[in-house]
Design a protein around this ligand. Sequence first.
Ligand code: GLA
Length: 380
Amino acid sequence: MIEKFRELYGSAESVRVFRAPGRVNLIGEHTDYNLGFVMPVALDLATYVAAAPSDDGKLRIFSEHRQEMREFNSSRIGAEMPAHQWTDYPVGVAQELIREGYFVGAANLLIRSTVPEGSGLSSSAALEVSSALALLNGREMEPLLLARVCQRAERNFVGMPCGIMDQYISVFGRENTAVEIDCRSLDHRNVELPAGITFLAVNTMVKHALAGSAYRDRVRECAAAVEAIQQQFPDVASLRDVTVERFELAGYLLPDVVRRRARHVVTEDDRVERFVEASERGDLARMGKLLVESHRSLQHDYEVSCAELDFLVDTALGIEGVLGSRMTGGGFGGCTVTMLRPEAADGFRQAITAAYEREFGVTPSIYSCKPSAGAGEVKA
Ligand code: GLA
């Protein structure tokens, strides 16, 4: 990367390289913006940004993937408007850093990424967090604030009303552990996964156009559910405050669609807790079952799955050594995550690839989900 940087900008003096990982969420889907629980792992797929300060008043950003160079006047970066393209991520982050009182000066940046875009493995958060570290260029920032600044960039500048999960895990990821995040307290605990299992993500290679608008609809539907439930339980501030028992009492107040959305969120929060317990007990069969229940709930109640994801899950469940499978991330394409016996991994890869090719005429990419470290500077 440093060679490439020198080629692009003529010198690699005082260049530093920062890394932020993508993620796969094991369980806890569409719960983060309802202030509930999620349990992702950071991946070894990551976005890298090489950066060096410059003295010509420009912020230059080169995307290797797009082969595009973009240039901004660094003194006016705070007033840039969204351009509805990839630069919105680093520029949005720059604006949120400025809002936090950080100076963003002239610099040259080079972006390289191994997180496949549109795959539901959180390439956006990886780009936001690595850009933030590059713009900070070694200045300290409290890790939780870093995650929040990046989430705000996505909400305020990119215009996607996302929760905190993706940015949080990109910052707080840890080798060999999954991370259970409480999206209300913004606290987390590291959950060591039992021996004898491995996770693989399978990419449908599609991202349906619906994804963005459906996400906004779900956020709104959940807010509507909260408002209705408050009639019976005035202390409910988010779906996080609705237990399964309370939902049984208050659910009838909700119109059908909103009720099913809320039922997904309420039961999914519960599944995360039960998944963590099962994981601590080493109860692999139970863990697998909870993954499948999560998928069915996303498929039928939350309605964010699609034919390709359902096919991958249903096919996976028929393959030797598979313990559980579900869609992961926002939905409408992207990836599934499958929990299986390590010795079954090769057979699984072959069988799922052949079946998906036969059904959709496309070869799915498959990634091993080795829990990896969170964001930081890459030292030579
Ligand atoms: C996207 C969002 C996250 C989360 C997931 C669904 O990845 O960015 O905040 O809501 O969808 O769990």
